[in-house]
Ligand binder design. Structure first.
Ligand code: ZN
Length: 384
């Protein structure tokens, strides 16, 4: 049975020295404990860390990797997405998702929170036993008359994901009618993952009813919807139970008072940041100082491969570190592991070396100084 040691071993409370990690031949954790005397261990130079959690991705868009134009904004992106998303057969799209899941696992990812608009990824998820997935089955629609149809389609999708961890969720404030929001929140909830304040256009659409988002929506034959509040956060939180676990995704345009409002009003709210995707689509990134008081509520996601080149959440952590130089290595590792796992409802099972769990074991090399920021040179290797 391997007895692993390293310069440091991750725990949620800090980076431990003079400890050993006991795992069996399959990576099942037996113990994380102080080193005893002259124990012979398999020693590694670097930091041992559990597998990483990618709290937000869109595996069903994996086949669009490298196919999309940079800087088109939300409406340009969605238009290009619709034009290109079905150029490949469903079988080829599913194959691309399966290949990305394997790539993620080898790159150190243990679990993904994956947004689904179809059953495309259900097969690949059943076939890939190593990567844990929670599928957020997304509902959206601005036509109040279609609410019963939208809920019925969601229920049908739920059946496609039977046997896999999943829950229904809403897409974003601007894509959900008051009727759909109210009908959805009136039902029993699983975990939610909702896109929020991804672009400036979202705020403008709510406040003034115009801008690029209105231009885009006006190209469809939709009811001319005016949202009842000028504020996307107040709108989407209306009727939401305070104890409801929600991953708020992107938060690119969120301001400090808004982060405080969400974090204090909803104790199980998580903020998921995906800065590389935000930069690709909008040329903007989340304002990290806004989230520093809430750094224990942060997790990270890659978004889709249609809007980022890398499926590895590690690359998002390096970007967040660059945006917030005062964050320490351990802060980033917490977001990547323990906090991401809690956001997906996997606290105590993933993102931590807890006895009886198989969170994966990664070796981080090239990080000489652990008290400071995460080094851009730091690299991951999967041991288990
Ligand atoms: Zn997304």
């Amino acid at each position: 049975m391997p007895l692993l040691s390293a310069n440091h071993i991750y725990s949620p409370e800090g980076l431990l020295t003079d400890h050993v990690l006991e795992v069996d031949a399959y990576g099942l954790v037996q113990a994380l404990r102080p080193r005893q005397g002259a124990e012979v261990t398999e020693h590694h130079k670097g930091i041992l860390c559990p597998g990483l959690i990618n709290a937000h991705c869109h595996l069903e868009l994996s086949h669009l990797r490298g196919q999309m134009q940079r800087g088109t904004g939300m409406t340009g992106f969605v238009q290009e997405l619709w034009a290109k998303r079905n150029l490949l057969s469903p079988a080829d799209q599913a194959e691309a998702a399966a290949a990305v899941m394997e790539e993620m696992w080898w790159g150190g990812t243990a679990a993904v929170g994956d947004i689904c608009n179809s059953a495309l990824t259900a097969g690949p998820k059943r076939a890939e036993a190593r990567l844990y997935t929670h599928s957020f089955l997304e509902l959206l629609g601005l036509d109040a008359r279609r609410v019963p149809d939208i809920l019925a389609q969601g229920e049908a999708l739920t059946r496609d994901f039977q046997g896999l961890s999943h829950s229904l969720t809403l897409h974003a404030p601007y894509s959900v009618s008051p009727a759909l929001r109210d009908a959805f929140y009136a039902r029993p909830q699983g975990r939610l993952s909702i896109h929020l304040l991804e672009s400036e256009g979202e705020r403008r659409f709510f406040a003034h009813g115009d801008g690029p988002m209105e231009t885009f929506l006006s190209t469809f034959n939709l009811p001319r919807l005016r949202f009842p509040q000028p504020d996307p956060i107040a709108y989407i939180c209306e009727g939401l139970a305070p104890a409801q676990p929600v991953i708020w995704v992107h938060n690119t345009e969120m301001m400090a008072a808004e982060a405080t409002q969400v974090a204090t009003g909803f104790p199980q709210a998580w903020f998921c940041l995906c800065p590389l995707s935000n930069d690709f689509l909008h040329g903007r990134e989340p304002k990290l100082p806004v989230f520093l008081p809430w750094k224990d509520r942060l997790c990270l996601g890659t978004d889709s491969l249609a809007s980022t080149d890398s499926p590895h959440v590690w690359d998002e952590a390096l970007r967040v570190q660059a945006l917030a130089p005062t964050l320490k290595t351990h802060d980033l590792l917490r977001m990547l592991t323990t906090q991401g796992a809690a956001a997906l409802g996997m606290a105590g099972e993933l993102g931590i070396f807890a006895p009886g769990t198989r969170p994966g074991v990664l070796l981080i090399q090239g990080q000489e100084e652990v008290e400071g920021p995460l080094s851009p040179q730091a690299r991951l290797r999967r041991l288990f």
